[in-house]
Write a protein that binds this ligand. Sequence first.
Ligand code: IMP
Ligand code: MG
Length: 181
Amino acid sequence: MDLDKITKEIMIDEETIISKVKELGKQITNDYLDKEVLLVCVLNGASMFMSDLMKEIKLPLEIDFMAVSSYGLSTKSSGVVKIIKDLDKTVEDKHIIIVEDIIDSGLTLSYLLENLKSRGPKSVEICTLLSKPSGGKTHVDTKYVGFDIKDEFVVGYGLDYAEKYRNIPYIFILKEEIYKA
Ligand code: IMP
Ligand code: MG
């Protein structure tokens, strides 16, 4: 895989991501001292973020995973959110932090937020690595946001296009011809 041939622009390099993740981990640690935290990773996009983030949270937390449908193979939201894999743990008495890769329309997270709240946890907050401009879209309260980015389709650091590029350790924009191929 020749990255130079497919990259239009590197949006956030590895070093910048790592230092932001450390900062988010510190904030979460300070905000949840003496609380029972359950980190919920939204698969598959948040997998790399989750792995790095949990190392930076110095609390005896628990982790769990959910998978929901979002874009399928396209780059536009279908508007339909479906749970493909649910949590293995119960959430009563726990403070949930949903760990997500990106908020675009907000549909996925507003659905998840309501769904998890209805199960009776002590609290639910969101930690998203990326956020796209929210003008006119579903509003979702996000306590922790890594980066506000411009409205472009990005890949890398867990984010995919047609299930590829999740393994690249930085965030970049693909050349247009990749989408047409
Ligand atoms: P939303 O429901 O429109 O907020 O979409 C959220 C989901 O769409 C994320 O969890 C991602 O899986 C996917 N998504 C949104 N924007 C991008 C992007 O720029 N690159 C890759 N995936 C994206
Ligand atoms: Mg995706």
